[in-house]
Design a protein around this ligand. Structure first.
Ligand code: ADP
Ligand code: MG
Length: 167
Protein backbone atom coordinates (compact mmCIF):
# COMPACT_ATOMS: atom_id res chain seq x y z
CA UNK A 1 0.00 0.00 0.00
CA UNK A 2 1.36 3.37 -1.03
CA UNK A 3 0.91 6.36 1.28
CA UNK A 4 2.13 9.77 0.16
CA UNK A 5 3.92 12.00 2.67
CA UNK A 6 3.58 15.32 0.94
CA UNK A 7 3.64 19.05 1.61
CA UNK A 8 5.22 22.30 0.47
CA UNK A 9 9.05 22.15 0.35
CA UNK A 10 10.45 22.81 3.83
CA UNK A 11 7.52 21.39 5.80
CA UNK A 12 9.63 18.44 7.02
CA UNK A 13 8.84 15.49 4.74
CA UNK A 14 12.38 14.11 4.44
CA UNK A 15 13.16 14.59 8.13
CA UNK A 16 9.93 12.96 9.30
CA UNK A 17 10.16 10.09 6.78
CA UNK A 18 13.55 9.09 8.27
CA UNK A 19 11.87 8.53 11.63
CA UNK A 20 9.10 6.25 10.33
CA UNK A 21 9.28 2.46 10.71
CA UNK A 22 8.20 1.86 7.11
CA UNK A 23 9.79 1.44 3.72
CA UNK A 24 10.44 4.92 2.29
CA UNK A 25 10.59 5.77 -1.40
CA UNK A 26 12.19 9.13 -2.10
CA UNK A 27 10.46 10.49 -5.20
CA UNK A 28 13.01 13.29 -5.69
CA UNK A 29 15.83 10.73 -5.70
CA UNK A 30 14.06 8.75 -8.46
CA UNK A 31 13.68 11.96 -10.48
CA UNK A 32 17.36 12.84 -10.01
CA UNK A 33 18.42 9.28 -10.87
CA UNK A 34 16.95 9.58 -14.38
CA UNK A 35 13.15 9.82 -14.33
CA UNK A 36 13.24 13.35 -15.74
CA UNK A 37 13.19 15.27 -19.02
CA UNK A 38 16.14 17.52 -18.14
CA UNK A 39 16.18 20.96 -16.57
CA UNK A 40 13.07 23.05 -17.14
CA UNK A 41 14.62 26.37 -18.30
CA UNK A 42 11.84 28.48 -16.80
CA UNK A 43 11.90 26.90 -13.35
CA UNK A 44 15.58 25.99 -13.17
CA UNK A 45 14.81 22.50 -11.81
CA UNK A 46 14.43 19.02 -13.27
CA UNK A 47 11.15 18.30 -15.04
CA UNK A 48 9.89 15.01 -13.58
CA UNK A 49 8.84 12.15 -15.87
CA UNK A 50 5.47 11.50 -14.20
CA UNK A 51 4.56 8.47 -16.38
CA UNK A 52 8.00 6.97 -15.82
CA UNK A 53 7.62 7.46 -12.06
CA UNK A 54 4.20 5.78 -12.06
CA UNK A 55 5.66 2.79 -13.95
CA UNK A 56 8.65 2.50 -11.63
CA UNK A 57 6.40 2.66 -8.56
CA UNK A 58 4.19 -0.11 -9.95
CA UNK A 59 7.31 -2.30 -10.28
CA UNK A 60 8.20 -1.85 -6.62
CA UNK A 61 4.64 -1.92 -5.33
CA UNK A 62 3.87 -4.64 -2.81
CA UNK A 63 1.54 -5.47 0.06
CA UNK A 64 3.77 -3.81 2.63
CA UNK A 65 3.17 -0.19 3.61
CA UNK A 66 5.33 2.06 1.50
CA UNK A 67 5.75 5.78 2.17
CA UNK A 68 6.26 7.88 -0.94
CA UNK A 69 8.10 10.98 0.18
CA UNK A 70 8.16 14.18 -1.86
CA UNK A 71 6.15 17.26 -2.75
CA UNK A 72 4.34 15.56 -5.60
CA UNK A 73 4.10 12.08 -4.10
CA UNK A 74 0.31 12.57 -3.82
CA UNK A 75 0.13 12.06 -7.61
CA UNK A 76 1.05 8.41 -7.08
CA UNK A 77 -0.97 7.27 -4.05
CA UNK A 78 -4.59 7.02 -3.03
CA UNK A 79 -3.80 8.02 0.55
CA UNK A 80 -1.93 11.18 1.46
CA UNK A 81 -0.66 12.77 4.64
CA UNK A 82 0.00 16.46 4.07
CA UNK A 83 2.48 18.24 6.34
CA UNK A 84 1.60 21.88 6.96
CA UNK A 85 3.68 24.67 8.47
CA UNK A 86 2.72 28.26 9.29
CA UNK A 87 4.11 30.51 6.54
CA UNK A 88 6.15 32.62 8.97
CA UNK A 89 8.04 29.51 10.15
CA UNK A 90 8.31 28.18 6.60
CA UNK A 91 9.91 31.45 5.48
CA UNK A 92 12.70 31.03 8.02
CA UNK A 93 13.37 27.45 6.90
CA UNK A 94 13.44 28.26 3.20
CA UNK A 95 15.68 31.29 3.73
CA UNK A 96 18.01 29.13 5.83
CA UNK A 97 18.18 26.75 2.85
CA UNK A 98 19.45 29.60 0.70
CA UNK A 99 16.43 29.73 -1.62
CA UNK A 100 16.25 32.92 -3.72
CA UNK A 101 13.50 35.38 -2.63
CA UNK A 102 11.30 34.52 -5.62
CA UNK A 103 11.42 30.82 -4.79
CA UNK A 104 10.75 31.51 -1.09
CA UNK A 105 7.71 33.60 -2.04
CA UNK A 106 6.35 31.02 -4.49
CA UNK A 107 6.47 28.34 -1.81
CA UNK A 108 4.96 30.59 0.89
CA UNK A 109 2.12 31.46 -1.44
CA UNK A 110 1.53 27.77 -2.20
CA UNK A 111 1.43 26.96 1.52
CA UNK A 112 -0.85 29.91 2.34
CA UNK A 113 -3.27 28.89 -0.43
CA UNK A 114 -3.34 25.16 0.52
CA UNK A 115 -2.13 24.19 -2.97
CA UNK A 116 -0.78 20.74 -2.08
CA UNK A 117 -3.70 19.98 0.22
CA UNK A 118 -6.20 20.81 -2.52
CA UNK A 119 -4.29 18.73 -5.09
CA UNK A 120 -4.19 15.83 -2.64
CA UNK A 121 -7.94 16.03 -2.00
CA UNK A 122 -8.52 16.03 -5.76
CA UNK A 123 -6.19 13.10 -6.43
CA UNK A 124 -6.47 10.84 -3.37
CA UNK A 125 -9.27 8.87 -1.79
CA UNK A 126 -8.20 9.63 1.79
CA UNK A 127 -6.30 12.68 3.00
CA UNK A 128 -5.09 13.76 6.44
CA UNK A 129 -3.21 16.94 7.26
CA UNK A 130 -0.87 17.63 10.17
CA UNK A 131 -0.09 21.12 11.44
CA UNK A 132 3.59 20.68 12.30
CA UNK A 133 4.03 24.24 13.59
CA UNK A 134 5.74 24.17 17.02
CA UNK A 135 5.76 20.36 17.08
CA UNK A 136 8.99 18.40 17.39
CA UNK A 137 9.95 15.97 14.65
CA UNK A 138 9.25 13.09 17.05
CA UNK A 139 5.74 14.43 17.75
CA UNK A 140 5.00 14.73 14.04
CA UNK A 141 6.36 11.24 13.30
CA UNK A 142 4.17 9.81 16.09
CA UNK A 143 1.08 11.48 14.57
CA UNK A 144 1.93 10.03 11.15
CA UNK A 145 2.18 6.53 12.66
CA UNK A 146 -1.16 6.93 14.47
CA UNK A 147 -2.85 8.02 11.25
CA UNK A 148 -1.40 5.05 9.37
CA UNK A 149 -2.45 2.67 12.17
CA UNK A 150 -6.00 4.00 12.02
CA UNK A 151 -5.84 5.45 15.54
CA UNK A 152 -6.20 9.07 14.47
CA UNK A 153 -8.04 11.05 11.81
CA UNK A 154 -6.89 14.56 10.94
CA UNK A 155 -9.14 15.50 8.03
CA UNK A 156 -8.39 18.51 5.80
CA UNK A 157 -9.38 21.83 7.36
CA UNK A 158 -7.05 21.83 10.39
CA UNK A 159 -5.24 25.00 9.44
CA UNK A 160 -6.02 28.51 8.35
CA UNK A 161 -2.88 30.46 7.61
CA UNK A 162 -4.56 33.77 6.80
CA UNK A 163 -4.24 35.06 10.37
CA UNK A 164 -0.58 34.01 10.39
CA UNK A 165 0.04 35.48 6.95
CA UNK A 166 -1.21 38.93 7.92
CA UNK A 167 0.29 38.93 11.42
P1 ADP B 1 11.13 18.86 3.15
O1 ADP B 1 11.68 17.49 2.91
O2 ADP B 1 9.64 18.87 3.35
O3 ADP B 1 11.54 19.87 2.13
P2 ADP B 1 12.97 18.86 5.39
O4 ADP B 1 12.67 17.55 6.03
O5 ADP B 1 14.19 18.93 4.53
O6 ADP B 1 11.71 19.38 4.56
O7 ADP B 1 13.03 19.93 6.56
C1 ADP B 1 13.47 21.26 6.33
C2 ADP B 1 14.20 21.76 7.56
O8 ADP B 1 13.30 21.86 8.65
C3 ADP B 1 15.33 20.84 8.03
O9 ADP B 1 16.40 21.66 8.46
C4 ADP B 1 14.74 20.09 9.20
O10 ADP B 1 15.70 19.74 10.16
C5 ADP B 1 13.76 21.12 9.78
N1 ADP B 1 12.57 20.51 10.41
C6 ADP B 1 11.73 19.61 9.84
N2 ADP B 1 10.71 19.30 10.68
C7 ADP B 1 10.89 20.05 11.78
C8 ADP B 1 10.16 20.20 13.02
N3 ADP B 1 9.02 19.53 13.28
N4 ADP B 1 10.65 21.05 13.94
C9 ADP B 1 11.79 21.74 13.69
N5 ADP B 1 12.52 21.66 12.55
C10 ADP B 1 12.09 20.81 11.62
MG1 MG C 1 12.77 16.81 1.25
Amino acid sequence: MRIALTGTPGTGKTTIARLLPYRIIDINALVKAGLNFGVDPERGCLEADMDGLEKRLLEIDSDEICILEGHFSHHFADRAIVLRLAPSALRQRLEARGYLPQKVNENLEAEALDVILVESVEMCRHVDEIDTTRKTVEEVAALVCKIINGELDLPPGQVDWLADFFA
